[in-house]
Design a protein around this ligand. Structure first.
Ligand code: GLC
Length: 419
């Protein structure tokens, strides 16, 4: 674990976090000059090639008076999430915190005048959630030396190294020193050279050794569709990409609840709560964390459909959390086409049954000689009444009632001997 075992302990235990993409892009919400702009909401400046001077004016209108840090943290907690990562600065360059290195920030440039990251850090402290910051270290379409804006700036004259040294690092210092302990620094898109990536990483760790750094710090340019560890503390998967099998390293997948990160008024392609639960189980069964996104509105609210989904997931987690928090991949695999997934803790195998057997026989394939069951019971059953089981050659057959206890995922605990 690269000597980082300790700072990763809470993170491995947590398994489920909330990603928040919130910025000026919530105002157009996917529409510019009456045209629906294809692509993810927070990329609207790029996708519509909006000039800096024009985009900047959104700040005058940004007044999210319904923002309530406590409410957001309450939603995350009720959803069973253990940490929050919020955009401090996204690719549009607008700073969602009170920085002295540009006036293009939420306190100085908007009628709102409040620092939501401060408020969130207090609310998280009160509720016992960890808080981390997403910071776009490479793309910055507003800063004359940041990368990516070729419609306003002459790229050949840009000085990226100066931008990192004189802007990014001082801002990171502000974030790492002014907002309580920063649990995660979520760098995105990767950094163009290994030297700059190392410089940033070392800088963060010097100020705050316990901050966990995302895999996209990189060291070479790669798109967010690929998994990457680079100089980070864990592997960041491509956006919305779950690996085929378990990974023997710390990893996290950022995932959208619909098809955008930043709020888009007309994206209603929500994942169902059941789907989210099965995704979370799949991720944990492969040893990873799920960082699930919400994109709050320009008024400052997490969209109602997102809240409804999250609260349903939270209900399931309240009853089944034992099989998720602090759990990970089993040392042996379930066949990829099996109607169940395994999560695991030493001495406990959790069988998450997605497809209930019609004949009362739940067949766990090929585990003879692999596990020594001592007892099987439903996680939902407080009396832990034993379920009968028998062997059929290599397969363990658990005898179950006709109907599942939970139609999305009924968890059977197998207590293991020989551990
Ligand atoms: C991509 C997008 C970015 C989003 C991120 C989330 O890198 O560029 O907009 O923040 O994915 O993982």
């Amino acid at each position: 674990m690269d000597g980082q075992g300790d700072k990763m302990v809470w993170w491995r235990e947590a398994r489920f976090g909330m990603f928040i993409h919130w910025g000026l892009y919530a105002i157009p919400a996917g529409v510019w000059r009456g045209r629906c702009i294809p692509g993810i909401g927070e990329w609207i400046m790029y996708n519509a090639k909006i000039p800096v001077k024009e985009y900047e004016r959104l700040a005058e209108k940004f007044n999210p008076t319904k923002f309530d840090a406590k409410e957001w943290v309450r939603i995350a907690r009720e959803a069973g999430m253990k940490y929050i990562v919020i955009t401090a600065k996204h690719h549009d360059g607008f700073c969602m915190f009170n920085t002295k290195y540009t006036d293009y920030n939420i306190v100085k440039a908007t009628p709102f005048k409040r620092d939501p990251l401060k408020e969130l850090s207090e609310a998280c402290r009160e509720e016992g959630l960890k808080l981390g910051f997403y910071y776009s270290q490479t793309l910055d379409w507003h800063h004359p030396d940041g990368m990516g804006n070729f419609w306003d700036y002459d790229i050949s004259k840009q000085n990226f190294t100066r931008y990192i040294k004189e802007y990014v690092k001082p801002q990171l210092e502000e974030l790492l020193t002014g907002y309580g302990p920063v649990a995660v620094l979520w760098f995105d898109i990767t950094t163009p050279t290994p030297e700059l990536a190392r410089e940033l990483r070392d800088f963060v760790l010097e100020i705050s050794p316990n901050t966990i750094i995302s895999g996209r710090i990189g060291g070479y340019l790669r798109m967010p569709s690929t998994m990457c560890k680079g100089l980070g503390d864990y592997i960041t998967m491509g956006d919305n990409q779950i690996p085929d099998r378990k990974i023997e390293d710390d990893w996290e997948v950022p995932m959208t609840l619909n098809d955008t990160w930043g709020y888009k008024s007309y994206d209603h392609n929500w994942k169902s709560p059941g789907k989210v639960i099965q995704i979370l189980v799949d991720v944990v069964s492969k040893g990873g964390n799920l960082l699930l996104n919400v994109g709050p509105t320009a008024e400052g609210e997490i969209p109602k459909p997102s809240v409804d989904i999250l609260l349903e997931v939270g209900k399931w987690l309240k009853n089944n959390g034992e099989s998720i928090y602090g759990a990970g991949a089993a040392p042996f695999d379930a066949p990829t086409d099996a109607p169940y997934k395994f999560t695991y803790k030493p001495g406990r195998l959790y069988v998450h049954v997605f497809g209930w057997p019609w004949d009362g026989c739940l067949r766990i394939f090929g585990v003879k000689g692999v596990i020594e069951p001592e007892k099987a019971y439903f996680l939902l059953d407080p009396s832990q009444k034993s379920l009968n089981y028998s062997w059929d050659n290599e397969d363990l057959i658990i005898h179950v009632p006709d109907k599942p206890l939970d139609s999305v995922d009924t968890v059977i605990v197998i207590r293991l001997g020989g551990c």
